[in-house]
Structures are given as C-alpha cells and as structure tokens.
Write a protein that binds this ligand. Structure first.
Ligand code: ADP
Ligand code: MG
Length: 237
C-alpha cells in the first residue's frame, strides 16, 4: 500500500532520514517507535507529501506520490500538534472540513466525535480548548472521511486514560475493517494490544521492521517495551 524506497532527507547537515526503505500493507497496524528526533514525524510527513525527500521514492498503491497528490484523500492524518483557525468553534472547524470535501460521496464517520463528547462542545472556540480536547479534535478529523489509511502522530499524548481507551478501541475497529494504521509513539505499553508490526528508528535510520510475533519469539519477551529493549541491546555493539 505504501512503499518507501531509499528515502533521504537532510535539514542542513542533519540527516533526518538516512536511506529509509519500508513497505506498509493493508491490515497492518504499525508502531513507529524511536527516541525524540529520530525522524518519525519526518518519515510520516514524507508519506503525506508535506516533506519532500531529497532522494528516493514513495509509492502509494504502486503510484509515485510525487506525480499525483490525489492519493492524499485516502489518508486520515492526526498531526502531533494540530493547528486550526483559533477563533473558529469546534463545530465551524468540522463544517469547514466537510464543505471542502462535500463533492465526494463519502460516508462520514462521526463515531469518535460523539464518543469524545465533542458534539456537546461544538460552540467552544479552538483558542479556549485544553491540549487534550484539541487532540480529540485532531483525532476525529483523521477518522471523519473514513480513509483507507490512518497516520496518527503520537495520538494518545495528552489524552486522559478514558479518552485514550476510546481512541484505542476506535483504532482497533478500523484495523479490523482492513485499513492500514501507522502510529508513532514513544509510550510502548499503550500500544501492546494493538500493533502487528514494529518499526524502530534511530538517528534517521531504520533499525528494524518486524512483525510483533517475531519480535516476541526472538526475544522471549511478551511485553513490547522489554522485547524492544532486548533487541536493541543485541543490535548495538
Ligand atoms: P521525531 O518525530 O522522531 O521526534 P522528527 O522527524 O520530528 O523526529 O525530527 C528529526 C530531526 O529533524 C530532528 O533533529 C529535528 O530537529 C529535525 N527537523 C525536523 N523538521 C525540521 C525542519 N523543518 N527544519 C529543520 N530541522 C528539522
Ligand atoms: Mg515526532
């Protein structure tokens, strides 16, 4: 579904992405993990066309994204930090997004909007929202147009445990429908019961990309955080 081949991106002298290649398929729920500054956000922004790689190619359903931006309507994106017109209300932000896409015969998915109780906050202006409520707005927008692919950048950061559980259940339901889900996170325990694959990045390099079962059986660890720690100890001299 998404094929990244030999992608490089430098910011000045810094190699934010250093020859990264990965294949992401339908039905996978991939956790993109790595320390701060390891290139996770840059990688997903490259997939979204928001960062243009210096070299390498990215295919979406076998088509090079550099020549066809229309693929983006298949992706729901939840940014790490959502930026919105601050004096609009929540309701106005959603109406604006819907009107931008109104020509399409898409079945809107407002499940999360109701589960998070945003319907009751629709008159609140964006500038007055807490970080957690802002995160909820970003999450709901990512799912709104029922996309085939969900790219969620640190989705549970800033959410309270109840909201975080609601979001995890929503992610799981969408995964069951056969969608591709890519989640970046540094909080591993949160993802244990969701993910099928782990991609670990460090210093802009892809350290490993493995199915979760393989990771667990290779390391003998059930807990994701322990399995990753164990494999990191083996791979770093
Ligand atoms: P992560 O999401 O894993 O924390 P990022 O992809 O955000 O990491 O950043 C990777 C590196 O690239 C960091 O060192 C960051 O400071 C740098 N970087 C990211 N975006 C830019 C930018 N637009 N300009 C300059 N440096 C950037
Ligand atoms: Mg990031």
């Amino acid at each position: 579904m998404i094929t990244v081949t030999n992608v490089k991106k430098n910011f000045g002298k810094l190699a934010a992405l250093d020859n990264v290649s990965i294949q992401c398929n339908r039905r996978e729920c991939i956790a993109l993990i790595g320390p701060n500054g390891s290139g996770k956000t840059t990688l997903i922004k490259s997939m979204l066309g928001m960062v243009v790689p210096d070299s390498g190619t990215i295919l979406f359903n076998q088509k090079n994204i550099a020549h066809d931006w229309k693929y983006r309507k298949h992706i729901g994106y939840m940014p790490q930090i959502g930026r919105y017109p601050e004096n609009m209300t929540i309701g106005q932000v959603f109406d604006m997004m819907k009107s931008i896409r109104k020509d399409e015969s898409i079945q809107l998915d407002e499940e999360l909007y109701v589960e998070f109780g945003l319907d009751k906050l629709s008159d609140k202006r964006m500038q007055t929202l807490s970080g957690g409520t802002r995160q909820k707005v970003s999450a709901c927008l990512a799912f709104l147009f029922n996309p085939d692919v969900l790219i969620l950048d640190e989705p549970t950061a800033g959410l309270d445990p109840v909201a975080s559980e609601i979001l995890k259940e929503k992610i799981n339901r969408e995964k069951e429908k056969g969608k591709l889900i890519l989640i970046t996170s540094h909080i591993l325990s949160e993802l244990d019961d969701l993910v099928t694959h782990i991609i670990f990045m460090q210093d802009g390099k892809l350290k490993f990309h493995k199915p979760i079962d393989a990771l667990r059986s290779e390391t003998g660890e059930i807990k994701l955080s322990k399995a990753i720690a164990s494999i990191m100890l083996k791979t770093t001299p």
